[in-house]
Design a protein around this ligand. Structure first.
Ligand code: TXA
Ligand code: MG
Length: 352
């Protein structure tokens, strides 16, 4: 299969190209598209066979449910059994946007889309290309992140192409995604709302609207033996090819420690990459040193993280050291950053 790549930015929506993309979805094909978080790999959410094709293209186990993307609020009602007050409030506050809600599914959503579950994950993205594409596709687009299973989610179309070229019909290239980490997932099906995956919409923001909100224990702990509530969070994730270790501690000591280890690894013939921050990058000795961004503006770090992991792969880096980030609850997006970084590192975090 030849994969067609169509450039499109939010200011210039190409209706003709979207019509073609919509036809592909409606005839059971797959189209990757930009959202404000990461690129999605879209198929018809109400067609079992499309979901099957998504799993195949990603190389993803089919017990890992997909998020159904909608473009307007009224389309929520037909796919869920009921819309609780909590969901209405969250939709008012954060949709369109980087928030996914888990709700009891209705009969029209095939179990192939929900990984066999009776619940469905729903999100209304805010990227204008995504919204116009979902509309052209018929209103319900199932979309996981557009990476091959296990790899970092793509935040640029060239990384979608790297993983999906020849496996899907079309890629809509909307440039770099603004947020760079996947949406916050909140489960509204049981009592107190529970964050299953942290993201740009933080616990604090949700609590302002809902009152008490809990965070699934497996979000930052390794909790071996205990399955996370979002099935996808149990798989090896976001993993670069190089062996990644996170080093936490006082900044100066972290730089020294990473440099000490870098030297040792270089002597062994390894190619070493370091993830630092604007304040520290000039102090590292590794083969490839990258700043994730500014610690005072953690959104910059969220946006850069997956791109950096992919760049290390491109450069053939075999060992990676990363600084650690503040994941305390008050620190909004820090939890999301550490959740992804810990998974990418297989929870290999050393405090010094
Ligand atoms: O930002 C995003 O959410 C991106 C863009 C493309 O919208 N999508 C995305 O999808 O990250 P994916 O498939 O890579 O991650 C979806 C996560 C998985 O961990 C999955 O297990 C969980 O959502 N999930 C989906 N449906 C669920 C359900 N009914 N109950 C619990 N977890 C669910
Ligand atoms: Mg994913």
């Amino acid at each position: 299969m030849k994969t067609k790549i169509i450039p499109m930015d939010e200011k210039h929506i190409d209706k003709e190209a979207l019509k073609e993309a919509g036809k592909i979805i409606q005839s059971g094909g797959l189209v990757a598209f930009p959202t404000e978080t990461v690129y999605g790999l879209g198929g018809d959410a109400l067609n079992e066979e499309s979901s099957g094709r998504i799993y195949q293209a990603k190389g993803r186990p089919s017990d890992n449910p997909l998020i159904v993307h909608i473009y307007r609020m009224e389309d929520l009602y037909p796919i869920v059994e009921q819309v609780p007050e909590t969901a209405r409030k969250l939709a008012d506050a954060f949709w369109p946007g980087p928030l996914t809600m888990i709700l009891p599914k209705s009969d029209i959503v095939p179990r192939a889309t929900t990984g066999g579950l009776d619940t469905v994950a729903v999100r209304m993205p805010m990227h204008k290309v995504a919204l116009a594409f979902i509309e052209a596709a018929g209103g319900y687009v199932a979309a996981p992140s557009a990476n091959r299973s296990g790899k970092p989610s793509p935040t640029l179309a060239k990384y979608v192409a790297e993983d999906m070229d020849g496996r899907i019909e079309m890629i809509i290239d909307g440039g770099e995604n603004r947020i760079g980490l996947e949406s916050t997932i909140v489960d509204l099906t049981e009592g107190i709302p529970m964050i299953l995956r942290p993201g740009y919409i933080t616990k604090e923001m949700l609590e302002e609207v809902l009152g008490e909100v809990r965070v699934d224990k497996t979000v930052l702990d390794n909790c071996s033996g205990q399955p996370p509530k979002a099935p996808g969070m149990k798989y090896r994730h976001y993993a670069p090819k190089g062996e990644l270790t996170i080093i936490g501690g006082p900044q100066e000591r972290v730089v020294d420690e990473i440099n000490r280890r870098t030297k040792r690894m270089k002597e062994k013939g390894e190619k070493v990459g370091v993830i630092g921050t604007d304040d520290t990058v000039s102090g590292y000795l590794a083969d490839s040193v990258k700043s994730a961004g500014d610690r005072k503006e953690e959104a910059t770090i969220a946006k850069a993280l997956y791109r950096i992991l992919r760049e290390f792969d491109e450069e053939g880096v075999t060992v990676i050291y990363s600084e650690s980030f503040d994941a305390s609850e008050e620190n909004g997006i820090g939890q999301a950053i550490m959740n992804r970084l810990l998974k990418a590192a297989g929870h290999h975090l050393e405090q010094i």
